[in-house]
Design a protein around this ligand. Structure first.
Ligand SMILES: Nc1ncnc2c1ncn2[C@@H]1O[C@H](COP(=O)(O)OP(=O)(O)OP(=O)(O)O)[C@@H](O)[C@H]1O
Ligand SMILES: [Mg+2]
Length: 262
């Protein structure tokens, strides 16, 4: 088992229990024919996300947001540094049962209906058929998809907004404690973005911890308890909007521009 000695100490209050903790987490990709080119996608990232909060990770294209998410989910391995997810080292098998994930530009199975896709995902979590029958309609209602569309249309016939909804539904099929959403509002029209925001708010109301990547500042402003800004793999700041903007009297957009230096 990996040592966790260098991680920040546990907070004392229940509300402040950390769901995500990283310490000096670093990812250097190797590319090129000889694998001799290095891309430092994440550099010494140390942060915490508390239980029950909605946490927004901001940053321009290529900042390292998806890389951080993939590290937390053990889709890629860190080059150095450590992390804990629900108190367990990254990659812990039992923890995977307690998390949900909507990937960026998710690829879904074109020839399955939405309903079949949710059944397939539920099967991966070994959710019994009887429970699936109860849970899938509830999820469809939560994400605003009709049962007839879910049962009769194949995913290749879904609009971008419908795919995002089914994507969110599959991310929470196992009733996870923590939900990771990579750009859940990207490519959606204002109504679609509003609806995804509403879904996130309802997950928030259920006490879920939500970690999402975005570069849509207005969405983040509306729903996040705390945010962090990444730029070129470096964590520039972390805190609540009040903490970050409070004394400055500027908008999140202005603050963001100042931080990333454009
Ligand atoms: N598999 C990979 N191999 C090599 N380089 C990669 C790989 N994945 C990401 N990168 C590089 O790592 C850096 C960070 O990419 P990442 O996808 O994490 O950024 P991002 O903040 O999610 O960007 P976006 O907002 O465009 O989604 C980029 O320079 C990217 O080219
Ligand atoms: Mg990304």
């Amino acid at each position: 088992m990996k040592s966790t000695a260098n991680l920040p100490t546990e907070p004392t209050t229940v509300e402040q229990r950390s769901v995500v903790e990283t310490s000096q987490l670093t990812k250097v990709y190797r590319t090129g024919f000889w694998m001799n080119q290095k891309i430092a996608s994440l550099k010494n990232c140390s942060l915490r996300v508390h239980q029950g909060e909605t946490f927004g990770l901001l940053g321009p294209n290529g900042a390292g947001k998806t890389t951080l998410l993939k590290l937390l989910l053990s889709i890629v391995r860190p080059t150095s540094g450590r992390g804990l997810l629900l108190g367990k080292p990254l990659g812990d098998r039992a923890t995977k049962q307690k998390i949900g994930y909507l990937p960026e530009n998710a690829y879904f199975y074109d020839y399955l209906t939405g309903w079949e896709f949710l059944q397939f995902t539920a099967g991966l979590f070994q959710i019994p058929t009887e429970m699936q029958r109860q849970r899938i309609p509830l999820l469809l209602e939560l994400v605003g998809l009709s049962q007839s569309a879910a049962k009769n249309k194949q995913l290749r016939q879904y609009s971008k907004g419908m795919l995002q909804r089914i994507g969110v539904a599959q991310a929470i099929i196992n009733d996870p404690e923590v939900v990771f959403l990579d750009e859940p509002m990207s490519g959606l029209d204002p109504m679609g973005r509003y609806q995804i925001r509403e879904i996130i708010l309802s997950l928030q109301a259920q006490g879920k911890t939500i970690f999402f990547n975005s570069h849509i500042l207005s969405d983040v402003e509306k729903i996040c308890d705390r945010i962090a800004i990444l730029n070129a793999g470096e964590l520039l700041c972390i805190g609540s909007l009040d903490e970050l903007l409070g004394t400055e009297n500027i908008s999140l957009e202005e603050f963001f521009m100042q931080q990333v230096g454009n």
